[in-house]
Design a protein around this ligand. Structure first.
Ligand code: FAD
Length: 447
Protein backbone atom coordinates (compact mmCIF):
# COMPACT_ATOMS: atom_id res chain seq x y z
CA UNK A 1 0.00 0.00 0.00
CA UNK A 2 1.52 3.30 -1.09
CA UNK A 3 1.32 6.08 1.43
CA UNK A 4 1.43 9.60 0.07
CA UNK A 5 -0.32 11.22 3.04
CA UNK A 6 0.93 14.72 3.75
CA UNK A 7 3.69 14.42 6.30
CA UNK A 8 3.27 17.57 8.26
CA UNK A 9 0.05 18.67 9.93
CA UNK A 10 -0.93 22.32 10.17
CA UNK A 11 -1.28 24.39 13.33
CA UNK A 12 -4.56 24.54 15.16
CA UNK A 13 -5.66 28.07 16.09
CA UNK A 14 -4.36 27.67 19.66
CA UNK A 15 -1.03 26.37 18.39
CA UNK A 16 -0.71 29.24 15.91
CA UNK A 17 -1.34 31.84 18.61
CA UNK A 18 1.06 30.14 21.01
CA UNK A 19 3.73 30.04 18.28
CA UNK A 20 3.21 33.71 17.45
CA UNK A 21 3.61 34.59 21.14
CA UNK A 22 7.15 33.15 21.10
CA UNK A 23 8.30 35.87 18.69
CA UNK A 24 10.91 38.15 20.32
CA UNK A 25 9.79 41.15 18.25
CA UNK A 26 13.36 41.97 17.26
CA UNK A 27 14.10 45.61 16.51
CA UNK A 28 15.95 44.56 13.36
CA UNK A 29 14.12 41.40 12.35
CA UNK A 30 16.38 39.05 10.43
CA UNK A 31 13.44 36.94 9.22
CA UNK A 32 12.39 39.66 6.74
CA UNK A 33 15.86 39.72 5.21
CA UNK A 34 15.67 35.96 4.89
CA UNK A 35 12.46 36.06 2.87
CA UNK A 36 13.08 36.42 -0.90
CA UNK A 37 9.83 38.37 -1.32
CA UNK A 38 10.31 40.57 1.77
CA UNK A 39 7.18 39.42 3.57
CA UNK A 40 6.61 41.65 6.59
CA UNK A 41 6.83 38.66 8.87
CA UNK A 42 6.92 40.42 12.27
CA UNK A 43 3.68 42.28 11.45
CA UNK A 44 2.07 39.06 10.26
CA UNK A 45 3.12 37.24 13.43
CA UNK A 46 1.92 40.13 15.62
CA UNK A 47 -1.47 40.12 13.88
CA UNK A 48 -1.81 36.37 14.49
CA UNK A 49 -0.96 36.91 18.15
CA UNK A 50 -3.73 39.52 18.28
CA UNK A 51 -6.05 37.08 16.47
CA UNK A 52 -6.48 39.67 13.72
CA UNK A 53 -6.24 37.12 10.94
CA UNK A 54 -7.77 39.35 8.29
CA UNK A 55 -4.92 41.84 8.68
CA UNK A 56 -2.34 39.05 8.69
CA UNK A 57 -3.82 37.60 5.48
CA UNK A 58 -3.92 41.01 3.84
CA UNK A 59 -0.23 41.61 4.60
CA UNK A 60 0.77 38.22 3.17
CA UNK A 61 -1.32 38.85 0.06
CA UNK A 62 0.49 42.10 -0.62
CA UNK A 63 3.55 40.09 -1.72
CA UNK A 64 2.31 36.57 -2.32
CA UNK A 65 -0.40 34.85 -4.30
CA UNK A 66 0.69 31.32 -3.46
CA UNK A 67 0.91 31.33 0.32
CA UNK A 68 -0.69 27.90 0.75
CA UNK A 69 1.98 26.43 -1.58
CA UNK A 70 4.96 28.42 -0.29
CA UNK A 71 4.06 27.41 3.25
CA UNK A 72 4.82 23.82 2.25
CA UNK A 73 7.60 23.94 -0.31
CA UNK A 74 9.77 27.00 0.43
CA UNK A 75 13.21 26.15 1.88
CA UNK A 76 12.27 27.93 5.11
CA UNK A 77 15.30 26.64 6.95
CA UNK A 78 17.52 28.57 4.57
CA UNK A 79 15.26 31.59 4.52
CA UNK A 80 12.95 33.18 7.10
CA UNK A 81 12.99 30.43 9.72
CA UNK A 82 16.74 29.93 9.39
CA UNK A 83 17.25 33.66 9.89
CA UNK A 84 15.15 33.85 13.08
CA UNK A 85 17.43 34.55 16.09
CA UNK A 86 15.69 31.76 17.99
CA UNK A 87 16.88 29.27 15.37
CA UNK A 88 20.38 29.58 16.80
CA UNK A 89 19.05 27.50 19.69
CA UNK A 90 17.11 25.29 17.32
CA UNK A 91 13.84 26.99 18.36
CA UNK A 92 13.16 29.26 15.37
CA UNK A 93 9.58 30.48 14.93
CA UNK A 94 7.75 28.09 12.55
CA UNK A 95 6.91 30.86 10.10
CA UNK A 96 6.04 28.28 7.42
CA UNK A 97 3.34 26.77 9.60
CA UNK A 98 1.99 30.20 10.53
CA UNK A 99 1.82 31.03 6.81
CA UNK A 100 0.01 27.76 6.18
CA UNK A 101 -2.42 28.46 9.02
CA UNK A 102 -3.28 31.84 7.48
CA UNK A 103 -3.58 30.49 3.95
CA UNK A 104 -5.99 27.82 5.16
CA UNK A 105 -7.96 30.41 7.12
CA UNK A 106 -8.26 32.44 3.95
CA UNK A 107 -9.58 29.43 2.06
CA UNK A 108 -12.18 28.88 4.76
CA UNK A 109 -13.14 32.50 4.38
CA UNK A 110 -13.41 32.20 0.61
CA UNK A 111 -15.61 29.13 1.03
CA UNK A 112 -17.73 31.02 3.46
CA UNK A 113 -18.16 33.77 0.93
CA UNK A 114 -19.46 31.12 -1.39
CA UNK A 115 -21.80 29.91 1.29
CA UNK A 116 -23.04 33.41 2.10
CA UNK A 117 -26.74 33.29 1.27
CA UNK A 118 -28.71 36.35 0.31
CA UNK A 119 -32.44 36.52 -0.39
CA UNK A 120 -33.53 39.26 -2.76
CA UNK A 121 -37.24 40.08 -2.74
CA UNK A 122 -38.43 41.55 -6.01
CA UNK A 123 -36.91 41.28 -9.48
CA UNK A 124 -37.21 44.85 -10.72
CA UNK A 125 -34.12 46.89 -11.51
CA UNK A 126 -33.20 47.24 -7.83
CA UNK A 127 -33.42 43.50 -7.07
CA UNK A 128 -31.72 42.47 -10.31
CA UNK A 129 -28.81 44.86 -9.64
CA UNK A 130 -28.28 43.66 -6.09
CA UNK A 131 -28.52 40.01 -7.14
CA UNK A 132 -26.08 40.39 -10.05
CA UNK A 133 -23.48 42.28 -8.04
CA UNK A 134 -23.56 39.85 -5.13
CA UNK A 135 -23.55 36.78 -7.40
CA UNK A 136 -20.41 38.12 -9.09
CA UNK A 137 -18.86 38.19 -5.62
CA UNK A 138 -19.68 34.52 -5.12
CA UNK A 139 -22.68 34.92 -2.86
CA UNK A 140 -25.48 32.44 -3.28
CA UNK A 141 -28.38 34.65 -4.26
CA UNK A 142 -32.02 33.71 -4.64
CA UNK A 143 -34.56 36.16 -5.99
CA UNK A 144 -38.10 35.71 -4.71
CA UNK A 145 -40.56 37.28 -7.12
CA UNK A 146 -44.33 37.48 -6.72
CA UNK A 147 -45.03 37.46 -10.44
CA UNK A 148 -44.73 34.38 -12.64
CA UNK A 149 -41.84 36.01 -14.49
CA UNK A 150 -38.99 38.21 -13.35
CA UNK A 151 -38.52 41.85 -14.37
CA UNK A 152 -40.86 43.93 -12.22
CA UNK A 153 -42.05 47.11 -13.88
CA UNK A 154 -39.66 46.41 -16.76
CA UNK A 155 -41.90 43.50 -17.77
CA UNK A 156 -45.31 44.31 -16.35
CA UNK A 157 -45.32 48.13 -16.41
CA UNK A 158 -43.36 49.63 -19.29
CA UNK A 159 -45.28 48.64 -22.44
CA UNK A 160 -43.76 46.38 -25.09
CA UNK A 161 -43.63 49.13 -27.71
CA UNK A 162 -41.02 50.88 -25.53
CA UNK A 163 -39.31 47.86 -23.99
CA UNK A 164 -39.92 44.51 -25.71
CA UNK A 165 -40.21 41.48 -23.46
CA UNK A 166 -37.50 39.66 -25.35
CA UNK A 167 -35.05 42.37 -24.25
CA UNK A 168 -36.16 41.91 -20.65
CA UNK A 169 -35.80 38.12 -21.10
CA UNK A 170 -32.21 38.55 -22.29
CA UNK A 171 -31.36 40.73 -19.32
CA UNK A 172 -32.88 38.22 -16.89
CA UNK A 173 -30.92 35.43 -18.58
CA UNK A 174 -27.69 37.36 -18.06
CA UNK A 175 -28.45 37.61 -14.35
CA UNK A 176 -29.44 33.92 -14.16
CA UNK A 177 -26.17 32.96 -15.84
CA UNK A 178 -24.30 34.58 -12.98
CA UNK A 179 -25.74 31.83 -10.81
CA UNK A 180 -28.71 33.72 -9.39
CA UNK A 181 -31.65 31.43 -8.58
CA UNK A 182 -35.11 32.77 -9.30
CA UNK A 183 -38.13 31.62 -7.32
CA UNK A 184 -41.02 33.18 -9.16
CA UNK A 185 -44.66 33.12 -8.08
CA UNK A 186 -43.62 33.46 -4.43
CA UNK A 187 -45.09 36.35 -2.46
CA UNK A 188 -43.00 37.19 0.58
CA UNK A 189 -45.36 38.13 3.39
CA UNK A 190 -47.90 35.55 2.16
CA UNK A 191 -46.21 32.35 0.94
CA UNK A 192 -43.12 32.89 3.10
CA UNK A 193 -42.34 35.44 5.77
CA UNK A 194 -39.10 37.32 6.10
CA UNK A 195 -38.43 35.46 9.36
CA UNK A 196 -38.76 32.17 7.50
CA UNK A 197 -36.15 33.34 5.01
CA UNK A 198 -33.69 33.83 7.86
CA UNK A 199 -34.67 30.42 9.27
CA UNK A 200 -33.89 28.94 5.82
CA UNK A 201 -30.30 30.13 6.25
CA UNK A 202 -30.33 33.42 4.39
CA UNK A 203 -27.88 35.70 6.16
CA UNK A 204 -29.13 38.93 4.63
CA UNK A 205 -32.37 39.91 2.94
CA UNK A 206 -32.84 42.66 0.37
CA UNK A 207 -36.27 44.23 -0.15
CA UNK A 208 -36.73 45.68 -3.64
CA UNK A 209 -40.47 45.39 -3.90
CA UNK A 210 -41.24 48.70 -5.55
CA UNK A 211 -44.54 50.50 -5.31
CA UNK A 212 -47.20 48.10 -6.49
CA UNK A 213 -50.19 49.60 -4.72
CA UNK A 214 -52.07 52.16 -6.79
CA UNK A 215 -53.38 55.30 -5.15
CA UNK A 216 -57.12 55.77 -5.22
CA UNK A 217 -58.65 58.88 -6.75
CA UNK A 218 -61.17 59.12 -3.94
CA UNK A 219 -64.28 59.89 -5.98
CA UNK A 220 -67.61 58.10 -6.27
CA UNK A 221 -67.88 55.37 -8.89
CA UNK A 222 -64.25 54.30 -8.63
CA UNK A 223 -65.33 50.66 -8.19
CA UNK A 224 -67.55 50.49 -11.26
CA UNK A 225 -66.70 48.03 -14.01
CA UNK A 226 -64.59 49.89 -16.50
CA UNK A 227 -62.79 52.03 -13.91
CA UNK A 228 -59.29 50.71 -13.30
CA UNK A 229 -55.87 51.61 -12.02
CA UNK A 230 -53.24 52.33 -14.69
CA UNK A 231 -50.61 49.96 -13.28
CA UNK A 232 -53.13 47.09 -13.18
CA UNK A 233 -54.33 48.00 -16.66
CA UNK A 234 -50.76 47.89 -18.04
CA UNK A 235 -50.03 44.68 -16.13
CA UNK A 236 -53.18 42.97 -17.45
CA UNK A 237 -52.31 43.95 -21.02
CA UNK A 238 -48.77 42.58 -20.52
CA UNK A 239 -50.12 39.31 -19.06
CA UNK A 240 -52.56 38.84 -21.93
CA UNK A 241 -49.81 39.59 -24.43
CA UNK A 242 -47.34 37.11 -22.92
CA UNK A 243 -49.99 34.38 -22.82
CA UNK A 244 -50.37 34.22 -19.01
CA UNK A 245 -53.97 35.41 -19.31
CA UNK A 246 -54.57 34.00 -22.76
CA UNK A 247 -58.19 34.16 -23.82
CA UNK A 248 -59.07 37.09 -21.58
CA UNK A 249 -60.33 40.21 -23.36
CA UNK A 250 -58.14 43.30 -23.14
CA UNK A 251 -59.42 45.76 -20.54
CA UNK A 252 -59.89 48.39 -23.28
CA UNK A 253 -61.86 47.27 -26.31
CA UNK A 254 -61.84 48.65 -29.85
CA UNK A 255 -64.09 51.69 -30.03
CA UNK A 256 -63.94 52.50 -26.29
CA UNK A 257 -63.88 56.13 -25.24
CA UNK A 258 -61.13 56.25 -22.61
CA UNK A 259 -60.59 58.86 -19.95
CA UNK A 260 -57.16 58.77 -18.25
CA UNK A 261 -56.72 60.58 -14.95
CA UNK A 262 -53.19 61.94 -14.65
CA UNK A 263 -50.51 63.24 -17.02
CA UNK A 264 -47.38 61.59 -15.69
CA UNK A 265 -45.29 58.94 -17.44
CA UNK A 266 -47.53 56.10 -16.24
CA UNK A 267 -50.61 57.96 -17.53
CA UNK A 268 -48.87 58.50 -20.87
CA UNK A 269 -48.05 54.78 -21.12
CA UNK A 270 -51.64 53.87 -20.26
CA UNK A 271 -53.08 56.37 -22.77
CA UNK A 272 -50.80 55.20 -25.58
CA UNK A 273 -51.52 51.56 -24.75
CA UNK A 274 -55.27 52.29 -24.92
CA UNK A 275 -54.75 53.80 -28.39
CA UNK A 276 -52.90 50.65 -29.46
CA UNK A 277 -55.90 48.62 -28.28
CA UNK A 278 -57.90 50.72 -30.76
CA UNK A 279 -59.75 52.99 -28.36
CA UNK A 280 -61.90 55.47 -30.29
CA UNK A 281 -60.59 58.37 -28.21
CA UNK A 282 -58.24 58.91 -25.29
CA UNK A 283 -58.49 62.05 -23.17
CA UNK A 284 -56.03 62.56 -20.30
CA UNK A 285 -56.84 65.08 -17.60
CA UNK A 286 -54.55 66.47 -14.93
CA UNK A 287 -55.21 68.87 -12.12
CA UNK A 288 -51.92 70.73 -12.65
CA UNK A 289 -51.13 73.26 -15.40
CA UNK A 290 -49.44 71.89 -18.53
CA UNK A 291 -45.97 73.10 -17.55
CA UNK A 292 -46.21 71.23 -14.23
CA UNK A 293 -47.15 67.87 -15.78
CA UNK A 294 -44.96 64.96 -14.71
CA UNK A 295 -44.70 63.22 -18.08
CA UNK A 296 -41.31 63.80 -19.67
CA UNK A 297 -41.18 66.03 -22.75
CA UNK A 298 -40.52 62.98 -24.92
CA UNK A 299 -43.41 60.93 -23.54
CA UNK A 300 -45.74 63.91 -23.71
CA UNK A 301 -44.78 64.81 -27.29
CA UNK A 302 -45.16 61.21 -28.44
CA UNK A 303 -48.55 60.86 -26.74
CA UNK A 304 -49.77 64.09 -28.38
CA UNK A 305 -48.44 62.94 -31.72
CA UNK A 306 -50.27 59.63 -31.41
CA UNK A 307 -53.57 61.38 -30.71
CA UNK A 308 -53.96 61.59 -26.92
CA UNK A 309 -55.89 64.74 -25.99
CA UNK A 310 -54.65 66.38 -22.77
CA UNK A 311 -56.76 68.68 -20.64
CA UNK A 312 -54.86 70.41 -17.86
CA UNK A 313 -56.16 72.10 -14.70
CA UNK A 314 -59.00 69.63 -14.99
CA UNK A 315 -59.90 66.58 -12.96
CA UNK A 316 -62.57 63.96 -12.44
CA UNK A 317 -64.85 64.57 -9.49
CA UNK A 318 -67.22 61.64 -10.05
CA UNK A 319 -67.43 58.51 -12.18
CA UNK A 320 -70.91 57.64 -13.39
CA UNK A 321 -72.59 54.40 -14.37
CA UNK A 322 -74.84 51.66 -13.16
CA UNK A 323 -72.64 48.58 -13.21
CA UNK A 324 -70.46 49.81 -16.05
CA UNK A 325 -68.83 53.20 -16.43
CA UNK A 326 -70.88 55.50 -18.66
CA UNK A 327 -69.25 58.87 -18.03
CA UNK A 328 -67.40 61.19 -15.69
CA UNK A 329 -67.86 64.63 -14.22
CA UNK A 330 -64.94 66.89 -15.08
CA UNK A 331 -64.21 70.11 -13.25
CA UNK A 332 -61.74 72.90 -13.84
CA UNK A 333 -59.11 73.61 -11.18
CA UNK A 334 -56.93 76.69 -10.69
CA UNK A 335 -53.97 77.60 -8.56
CA UNK A 336 -54.93 79.92 -5.73
CA UNK A 337 -52.16 81.86 -4.05
CA UNK A 338 -52.69 83.38 -0.65
CA UNK A 339 -49.58 84.92 0.86
CA UNK A 340 -46.94 82.21 0.71
CA UNK A 341 -49.49 79.42 0.46
CA UNK A 342 -50.46 78.03 -2.92
CA UNK A 343 -53.11 75.41 -3.59
CA UNK A 344 -54.92 74.01 -6.59
CA UNK A 345 -58.64 74.41 -5.96
CA UNK A 346 -61.82 73.60 -7.94
CA UNK A 347 -63.35 76.43 -9.93
CA UNK A 348 -67.07 76.55 -8.99
CA UNK A 349 -69.60 76.22 -11.78
CA UNK A 350 -67.19 74.50 -14.23
CA UNK A 351 -68.48 70.94 -13.89
CA UNK A 352 -69.35 69.11 -17.08
CA UNK A 353 -70.37 65.49 -17.62
CA UNK A 354 -68.75 63.72 -20.53
CA UNK A 355 -69.53 60.20 -21.70
CA UNK A 356 -66.84 57.53 -21.63
CA UNK A 357 -66.53 53.74 -21.39
CA UNK A 358 -63.28 53.30 -19.48
CA UNK A 359 -61.57 55.35 -16.80
CA UNK A 360 -57.87 54.66 -16.17
CA UNK A 361 -56.50 56.19 -12.99
CA UNK A 362 -52.82 57.11 -12.86
CA UNK A 363 -52.40 59.31 -9.81
CA UNK A 364 -49.48 57.55 -8.14
CA UNK A 365 -48.46 54.40 -6.30
CA UNK A 366 -47.14 53.40 -2.93
CA UNK A 367 -45.60 50.24 -1.43
CA UNK A 368 -47.60 47.25 -0.26
CA UNK A 369 -47.26 46.56 3.48
CA UNK A 370 -47.18 42.74 3.08
CA UNK A 371 -43.61 42.25 4.21
CA UNK A 372 -43.34 44.83 6.96
CA UNK A 373 -46.71 43.83 8.44
CA UNK A 374 -45.78 40.14 8.68
CA UNK A 375 -42.52 40.61 10.52
CA UNK A 376 -41.06 42.91 13.15
CA UNK A 377 -38.43 45.59 13.34
CA UNK A 378 -38.76 47.21 9.91
CA UNK A 379 -39.94 50.78 10.21
CA UNK A 380 -41.69 52.68 7.45
CA UNK A 381 -42.49 56.36 7.18
CA UNK A 382 -46.05 57.67 7.44
CA UNK A 383 -46.59 57.00 3.71
CA UNK A 384 -45.45 53.39 3.90
CA UNK A 385 -41.94 53.76 2.45
CA UNK A 386 -39.24 51.66 4.11
CA UNK A 387 -36.82 53.69 6.21
CA UNK A 388 -33.15 52.89 5.64
CA UNK A 389 -29.93 54.09 7.25
CA UNK A 390 -26.76 55.32 5.63
CA UNK A 391 -24.48 54.21 8.49
CA UNK A 392 -22.95 51.80 9.36
CA UNK A 393 -24.37 49.95 6.36
CA UNK A 394 -25.90 51.94 3.53
CA UNK A 395 -29.48 50.87 2.88
CA UNK A 396 -29.92 48.76 6.00
CA UNK A 397 -33.44 49.00 7.39
CA UNK A 398 -34.17 49.35 11.08
CA UNK A 399 -33.76 45.57 11.31
CA UNK A 400 -30.22 44.18 11.23
CA UNK A 401 -29.45 42.20 8.10
CA UNK A 402 -32.46 43.49 6.19
CA UNK A 403 -31.70 46.00 3.44
CA UNK A 404 -33.91 47.87 0.99
CA UNK A 405 -33.59 50.09 -2.07
CA UNK A 406 -35.46 51.21 -5.16
CA UNK A 407 -38.95 52.66 -5.30
CA UNK A 408 -39.94 50.99 -2.01
CA UNK A 409 -37.51 53.40 -0.31
CA UNK A 410 -37.24 56.51 -2.44
CA UNK A 411 -40.77 56.68 -3.95
CA UNK A 412 -41.53 55.99 -7.63
CA UNK A 413 -38.52 57.18 -9.58
CA UNK A 414 -36.51 55.78 -12.46
CA UNK A 415 -34.80 52.56 -13.47
CA UNK A 416 -31.36 54.12 -13.27
CA UNK A 417 -31.96 55.39 -9.74
CA UNK A 418 -33.15 51.96 -8.58
CA UNK A 419 -30.00 50.49 -10.12
CA UNK A 420 -27.69 53.06 -8.58
CA UNK A 421 -29.15 52.50 -5.13
CA UNK A 422 -29.07 48.73 -5.67
CA UNK A 423 -25.34 48.93 -6.34
CA UNK A 424 -24.64 50.94 -3.22
CA UNK A 425 -26.72 48.61 -1.10
CA UNK A 426 -25.07 45.50 -2.60
CA UNK A 427 -21.70 46.86 -1.50
CA UNK A 428 -23.11 47.40 1.99
CA UNK A 429 -24.54 43.86 2.11
CA UNK A 430 -21.11 42.50 1.17
CA UNK A 431 -19.46 44.54 3.94
CA UNK A 432 -22.13 43.44 6.42
CA UNK A 433 -21.79 39.76 5.54
CA UNK A 434 -18.02 39.77 5.54
CA UNK A 435 -18.03 41.24 9.00
CA UNK A 436 -20.59 38.73 10.22
CA UNK A 437 -19.17 35.69 8.50
CA UNK A 438 -15.83 36.56 10.03
CA UNK A 439 -17.36 37.06 13.43
CA UNK A 440 -19.00 33.61 13.16
CA UNK A 441 -15.57 32.23 12.35
CA UNK A 442 -13.90 34.04 15.22
CA UNK A 443 -12.12 36.20 12.63
CA UNK A 444 -11.77 39.91 13.09
CA UNK A 445 -12.39 41.97 9.97
CA UNK A 446 -9.77 44.50 8.98
CA UNK A 447 -10.69 48.08 9.78
P1 FAD B 1 -40.16 47.34 -9.37
O1 FAD B 1 -39.67 47.48 -10.76
O2 FAD B 1 -41.53 47.82 -9.08
O3 FAD B 1 -40.01 45.82 -8.97
C1 FAD B 1 -40.53 45.33 -7.76
C2 FAD B 1 -40.76 43.84 -7.90
O4 FAD B 1 -41.02 43.31 -6.60
C3 FAD B 1 -41.95 43.48 -8.77
O5 FAD B 1 -41.55 42.51 -9.72
C4 FAD B 1 -42.95 42.90 -7.79
O6 FAD B 1 -43.76 41.89 -8.37
C5 FAD B 1 -42.04 42.35 -6.73
N1 FAD B 1 -42.69 42.21 -5.41
C6 FAD B 1 -43.42 43.14 -4.76
N2 FAD B 1 -43.82 42.68 -3.57
C7 FAD B 1 -43.35 41.42 -3.46
C8 FAD B 1 -43.42 40.42 -2.46
N3 FAD B 1 -44.08 40.64 -1.31
N4 FAD B 1 -42.83 39.22 -2.67
C9 FAD B 1 -42.15 38.99 -3.83
N5 FAD B 1 -42.03 39.92 -4.81
C10 FAD B 1 -42.62 41.12 -4.63
N6 FAD B 1 -38.42 54.50 -15.28
C11 FAD B 1 -37.52 54.83 -16.23
O7 FAD B 1 -36.35 55.07 -15.90
N7 FAD B 1 -37.87 54.91 -17.54
C12 FAD B 1 -39.13 54.63 -17.96
O8 FAD B 1 -39.41 54.70 -19.15
C13 FAD B 1 -40.10 54.26 -16.99
N8 FAD B 1 -41.38 53.95 -17.34
C14 FAD B 1 -42.26 53.50 -16.39
C15 FAD B 1 -43.52 53.11 -16.78
C16 FAD B 1 -44.42 52.62 -15.84
C17 FAD B 1 -45.78 52.20 -16.29
C18 FAD B 1 -44.06 52.56 -14.47
C19 FAD B 1 -45.03 52.06 -13.45
C20 FAD B 1 -42.81 52.97 -14.08
C21 FAD B 1 -41.89 53.43 -15.03
N9 FAD B 1 -40.60 53.83 -14.66
C22 FAD B 1 -39.70 54.19 -15.62
C23 FAD B 1 -40.18 53.77 -13.26
C24 FAD B 1 -39.32 52.53 -13.01
O9 FAD B 1 -39.84 51.44 -13.73
C25 FAD B 1 -39.26 52.22 -11.52
O10 FAD B 1 -38.69 53.34 -10.88
C26 FAD B 1 -38.40 50.98 -11.25
O11 FAD B 1 -38.93 49.86 -11.92
C27 FAD B 1 -38.32 50.68 -9.77
O12 FAD B 1 -37.60 49.52 -9.60
P2 FAD B 1 -37.75 48.58 -8.30
O13 FAD B 1 -36.82 47.45 -8.51
O14 FAD B 1 -37.61 49.42 -7.09
O15 FAD B 1 -39.27 48.09 -8.31
Amino acid sequence: MLNFDELEKGFSEEEAIAEARRCLKCKSPLCVGGCPIDNRIPEIVAAIEGQDYRTAIDIINENSNLAIICARVCPHNDQCEGSCVLSRKGEGIRISKLERFLAEKEMELALNRLRGKVAVIGSGPAGLSVAAILAKQNYRVTIFEAHAKAGGVLRYGIPEYRLPNEVVDKQIEIVRNLGVRMETGVVIGEDLTLDQLFAMGYQAVFIGTGTGLARQLGVSGENLNGAMQAIYFLETVALIQDGSLAGRPFPVLPGDRVLVVGAGNVAADAARTALRLKAASVVAVDIVPEKERRASDKEYAEALHEGVVFRFETSVTAIHGDRMVTGVTLQKFARQVSGRESAIVPVPGTEEVIPCDKVIIAVGQKPFARIVSTTTGIKTNDRGYVITESMPYYGMTTREGVFAAGDVVHEPQTVILAMREGRRVAEAIDAFLQRHVMADQGLRPSA
